[in-house]
Ligand binder design. Structure first.
Ligand code: SF4
Length: 362
């Protein structure tokens, strides 16, 4: 059996779990190609106008899945206790049925970690019956999926490169490694990026240090974000939300009057708040997307924190109409401003000092 897995949205955070799960069940997983213009255009035709860019991309990737027996679209309700994924995540797969090529069935399962591990396993076992697998087989697949996911998250937490970590998962899927052992994500020579948390301290580099915060499916999606991450890496050392440990995220949520309800909002705010307070970080770019409810709130909360700490902060909002020229101009202006602040240690003119203190967000 060949299952199609779109290279969008949940792919960027949870693909290792599903890859391990299906690998143990001897089910081949085929992913759609990296995003290109046609995928984006196809997605725009089939997704609702009001939805966010990542969902439109998902609609395009679903249509790009050819020659598969079924398309897998999990309903990821909650990925950890006490939080939910956003309402647009919850509407999958139904909201994307118009994008599914005719004749290809959709496989789905509810994943709700708020109900606990036992319930998640039970739901997977019910799903497993559709695949002709028994409870014991599903239990083993679940364990392997968790191992692959943990290894992947650990490697990202240590600052390893996303593409390299995913390539290891794909190599393991193809059976190049022992199926019982998790892939050695990001452990190979050269896999480490120059941006890891450890390397920032070790390198003692003169380059600017910029934190790029936002959803993984935007910051790592180089076609949709107009290669923002690549452009930043050419000139600066970059830190991402995925490089921040869970303990750091949790500790930087303290002080909020209410818990953040959505999982992505929590990760982004916790990491962003850590970057705001980190003296190693010279500036923060929030990559948000038009139509995202959680971004509209979190980007304001972070702007407020950045103002308190006098940290340069810029919001870049993406949609399908975003142009390269505008992005490059804003990026250059922001980096110039951050550089100037660093050289002058924050002391610009008297007039500028006032401006600097109260309105350092662009
Ligand atoms: S969190 Fe925002 S960007 Fe992500 S799926 Fe929901 S609305 Fe879209």
């Amino acid at each position: 059996m060949k299952i199609g897995f779109p290279r969008a949205l949940f792919y960027f955070d949870y693909f290792p779990f599903w890859a391990g799960f299906f690998h143990r069940l001897n089910i081949e997983v085929v992913t759609s190609p990296a995003t290109h213009r046609q995928i984006m255009e196809q997605g725009l035709k089939k997704a609702s106008d009001e939805t966010c860019l990542p969902l439109k991309l998902l609609a395009g990737h679903i249509q790009a899945l050819k020659d598969v027996d079924a398309i897998f679209l999990p309903r990821m309700v909650s990925v950890e206790p006490d939080t939910y994924t956003c309402p647009k995540f919850l509407g999958i797969p139904e909201s994307l049925f118009p994008a599914v090529p005719s004749g290809i069935p959709v496989l789905t399962v509810v994943l709700n970690w708020r109900k606990g591990k036992r319930q998640v396993l039970k739901d997977l076992q019910v799903f497993g019956r559709q695949l002709g697998k028994n409870k014991a087989e599903i239990r083993k697949a679940f364990t392997l999926g968790q191992e692959w996911q943990k290894r992947y998250q650990d490697s990202m937490g240590a600052g390893w490169d996303f593409e390299e970590s995913i390539r290891e998962i794909e190599r393991a899927q193809k059976g190049l490694k022992d199926s019982a052992s998790p892939p050695e994500c990001g452990r190979g020579q050269g896999a480490r990026t120059s941006t890891s948390a450890v390397s920032l301290k070790e390198q003692n580099t003169d380059r600017l240090r910029i934190a790029l915060v936002g959803h993984s499916y935007l910051t790592q999606e180089s076609y949709a974000n107009l290669n923002l991450l690549g452009r930043l890496r050419e000139k600066t050392e970059v830190q991402l939300v995925q490089h921040v440990s869970q303990e750091d995220v949790e500790s930087h949520l303290l002080g909020l009057r209410k818990k953040l309800f959505w999982n992505h909002a929590k990760q982004i705010f916790g990491s962003g708040n850590k970057f705001v307070r980190d003296h190693e970080i010279d500036g923060i770019i929030y990559l948000s997307c038009f139509g995202c409810g959680t971004d509209s709130m979190v980007q304001e909360l972070l702007a407020w924190k950045a103002r308190e700490q006098h940290k340069p902060y810029m919001v870049v909002t993406l949609d399908e109409h975003s142009g390269e020229a505008g992005l490059v101009t804003r990026l250059e202006a922001f980096l110039d401003m951050v550089e100037r602040r660093r050289v002058h240690e924050g002391y610009v003119s008297t007039y500028g000092e006032r401006l600097d203190r109260d309105s350092n967000t662009l």
